[in-house]
Design a protein around this ligand. Structure first.
Ligand code: NCD
Length: 294
C-alpha cells in the first residue's frame, strides 16, 4: 500500500494482516519490529486540532524507534505565508519517510498523495474520511464482539459531517454488518454514502434493543455555516436509563472528543468501550507505520 487516503485503498486481506500485527504488538511483542536508530522519520502535519490521533501517531512512531517531526502550529510555518499544500508536502516529503496529514479540506490527503514523494496517511480530512480511525474502530469491534457479519451496528449522531462514520460505514458494509443509521433529519448520512441495506431510525429508542454495537458521534458544529449553527439545536444522545433496554453484551463506542451526547455517568457501565477504543489506536497505528515505512 503506497498511500492511505481512503478506506477503499486497503483490502480485507491487508486488514487481516494489519490486525494480526496490531494484536501481536498489543500483547507486548514490539522489539522485533523496531527500526534501526535514525533509520526513519515521520512528519505529523496537523492543520486542524487533534489530541488522540496526533498523540497516538507520535507515540506509535516513537515506540517503533522512528523520530517525529511535527507541524501543528500553522502560524509559525510557511503555510501562514500562503504556501500551497502541494509545495509543502513536496518539500517535507524530501526530508522524511512518511507524512501523516490532518486538514480541514475533504480532498487534502488525495491532493497531498499526488505530490508527495513518500507515503501519505490521511489522519482525518474535513468531512471526508478518517481511515485510520475506521481501522481502529473495526479492530475494536472485532476484538470485543467477534465476526463482523454477525453484528448489528448502530451509527448515531452527526452522520452527515462525521468523517469517522464515512470511513467506518464502508468498512462495516464490506465485512457484512447490518447497519442502523440513527440521526436527526438534518444530520443524516449523505445520500451518496447510503446503501439499500441500511436501516434508518430517527431515535435510538426504536432500535437500541437490537444493537451489538452503538457508535456515537458528536455534532460537528465547526463544519456548519453560522446560519445553520444559529438555526439548529440538536438534542440527541445516550441517556444512562436507555442502557437498561440494551443487550447486556452491547458495547458503546465513540471516536472522542465527546460532548453532551455521551454523559460521563455512562463511563461506569461495563459496556463502555471508548477509552479502550482510543487505546487500541496506538497499536493499529504502530502496525500501519511498520507496514508502510518498511
Ligand atoms: C474525530 C475526528 O477528528 O474526526 N476524532 C478523532 O480523530 N478521534 C471525531 C471528532 O472530531 O468528532
Amino acid at each position: 500500500m503506497e498511500h492511505l487516503v481512503s478506506i477503499d485503498q486497503i483490502s480485507n486481506g491487508q486488514i487481516d494482516d494489519l490486525f494480526f500485527l496490531a494484536e501481536h504488538m498489543q500483547r507486548g511483542h514490539q522489539e522485533a519490529y523496531r527500526f534501526r536508530p535514525r533509520e526513519k522519520v515521520v512528519a505529523n502535519l496537523f492543520y486542524e486540532p487533534s489530541t488522540r490521533t496526533a498523540a497516538s501517531f507520535h507515540v506509535a512512531a516513537v515506540r517503533l524507534g522512528a523520530s517525529v517531526f511535527t507541524v501543528d502550529d500553522v502560524k509559525f510555518s510557511s503555510m501562514a505565508k500562503g504556501e500551497s499544500l502541494e509545495d509543502t508536502v513536496q518539500v517535507i516529503g524530501g526530508y522524511v519517510d512518511a507524512i501523516v496529514l490532518r486538514h480541514p479540506d475533504d480532498d487534502a490527503a488525495e491532493l497531498a498523495a499526488k505530490f508527495s514523494p513518500v507515503p501519505v496517511i490521511n489522519a482525518g480530512c474535513g468531512a471526508g474520511e478518517h481511515p485510520t480511525q475506521a481501522l481502529l474502530d473495526l479492530y475494536t469491534i472485532r476484538r470485543e464482539q467477534g465476526p463482523i457479519y454477525k453484528l448489528t451496528v448502530g451509527l448515531m449522531g452527526d452522520l452527515r459531517h462525521s468523517r469517522t462514520v464515512h470511513s467506518l460505514v464502508r468498512l462495516l458494509r464490506r465485512h457484512g454488518a447490518r447497519i442502523c443509521l440513527i440521526s436527526p433529519g438534518e444530520l443524516q448520512l449523505p445520500l451518496s454514502m447510503k446503501s439499500g441495506s441500511d436501516i434508518s431510525f430517527s431515535s435510538l429508542d426504536a432500535c437500541i434493543d437490537q444493537l451489538d454495537v452503538l457508535y456515537l458521534t458528536r455534532v460537528q458544529w465547526e463544519r456548519m455555516s453560522e446560519n445553520a449553527q444559529r438555526l439548529y439545536n440538536f438534542k440527541y444522545g445516550l441517556e444512562p436509563e436507555m442502557l437498561a433496554r440494551a443487550s447486556p453484551s452491547m458495547i458503546v463506542m465513540h471516536p472522542l472528543p465527546r460532548t453532551s451526547e455521551l454523559p460521563r455517568e455512562i463511563d461506569a457501565d461495563p459496556r463502555a468501550r471508548y477509552f479502550q477504543q482510543a487505546k487500541n489506536g496506538l497499536y493499529i497505528r504502530m502496525a500501519l507505520l511498520r507496514g508502510m515505512l518498511a
